[in-house]
Ligand binder design. Structure first.
Ligand code: 5GP
Ligand code: MN
Length: 345
């Protein structure tokens, strides 16, 4: 028996909204990750069983290694089909906003979602939820939005409606947001849920292979290049930085998702607790920050790059040069020295 994380009131109101709804849109953050795709498709499959014409709309494309997910081929990508996405959002009478806290994370889709007349329900696990939704199901202590979707469906009394397709999507989100259950994954109930998903038929080993072992040769070579040539280590700050320019990305035939997870690798060096990865884009630099222990990657992201996220996994963007972002990073390191944990000698 799972503990009742989501409040009774929110469960009742969500069930009520679902019952009234006829056209449901499900939106997630820009550059969707496994939890964004997994939670939205998990909810989509559930809504399909309710015959509610659900549609998942993502602001920008997601990595190819999520294409196998049941329903992925039905996802509408705003960047590719702006008019269709906009009219679906406009016509929806219920919009679920999943896996992000503030509308800014919807990028170019934000205003359209905000102005859409539909009732909005936020389901998320990031800190500091914005107040753009009528119902806010926000539990930062839960390690993935996919887990929240599982809990939400069960609490509405519909566990039986979680079919294999939904279960596979939910499992994928739980797995990717915990790095294959290597961080944020100490809560016992995660494994109770996994056990239920396996009972439904999920093959967890196969999902691991489909997500983590189907990379292109280019990605693996780019990873090698990053670690050999582009990783800078700052032992006195227990930190590491990897940067990639657009030219370098081009040379390795970069595809969306190819650099996913690179930021985690330096954390496996003894004595490194903070890792930052910067990828130069056409108009900005995308920054990913990871830490272990109590070092606040989200404070660093917010203070230095106007971003945010979780304590150990956060991100931000910089609209000046890559060089400038690197400089900002190096200048900020000494200011965060007090947050580092050093073993007593
Ligand atoms: P990633 O490094 O995988 O892109 O993002 C890790 C986490 O950082 C995300 O789950 C999200 O919470 C947060 N994040 C990523 N990019 C941004 C950003 O530009 N702004 C904010 N506020 N948070 C971000
Ligand atoms: Mn998530």
């Amino acid at each position: 028996m799972l503990s009742k994380v989501i409040s009774e009131d929110l469960i009742r109101k969500t069930a009520d909204a679902l019952e009234r709804a006829e056209r449901i849109a499900i939106v997630v953050h820009v550059a969707p990750d496994g939890d964004a795709v997994g939670s939205s498709l998990g909810l989509w499959h559930y809504c399909m069983t309710l015959e509610k014409e659900p549609v998942v709309i993502v602001p920008s494309p997601f990595p190819d290694f999520f294409n196998w997910m049941p329903g992925a081929d039905r996802i509408v990508v705003f960047e590719n089909e702006k008019e269709k996405a906009a009219s679906l959002l406009q016509e929806a009478d219920l919009i679920f906003a999943l896996d992000f806290n503030v509308p800014k994370r919807l990028a170019e889709m934000a205003d359209i979602v905000l102005q859409a007349p539909a009732k909005k329900i936020l389901v998320d696990h990031h800190l500091h939820p914005g107040d753009f939704a009528q119902l806010v199901i926000s539990y930062p202590e839960i390690s993935s939005t996919s887990e929240l979707i599982f809990r939400l469906i069960c609490r509405m009394g519909d566990f039986e409606k979680i079919n294999l397709a939904a279960a596979e999507c939910i499992y994928t989100g739980m797995m990717t947001d915990t790095g294959g259950f290597t961080f944020n994954s100490n809560k016992q109930e995660i494994y109770t849920i996994i056990s239920e998903l396996i009972k439904i038929g999920v093959d967890k080993d196969e999902i691991y292979r489909k997500v983590f072992n189907t990379y292109s040769e280019h990605r693996i070579r780019l990873m090698g290049y990053c670690l050999y040539k582009k990783m800078k280590v700052y032992p006195e700050y227990k930190a590491a930085l990897i940067t990639l320019t657009t030219d370098e990305l081009r040379a390795f035939n970069y595809r969306i998702g190819d650099t996913e997870g690179f930021v985690n690798i330096p954390l496996s060096i003894a004595g490194i607790d903070f890792s930052v990865f910067m990828r130069e884009d056409s108009d900005k630099v995308k920054i990913s920050l990871r830490s272990q222990g109590s070092f606040p990657a989200n404070k660093f992201a917010a203070d230095v790059f106007g971003g945010g996220g979780h304590l150990n996994a956060s991100g931000g963007e910089s609209y000046s040069s890559l060089q400038d972002a690197m400089l900002k990073f190096e200048e900020a390191l000494p200011l965060f020295k007090d947050f580092l944990e050093f073993e007593d000698k």
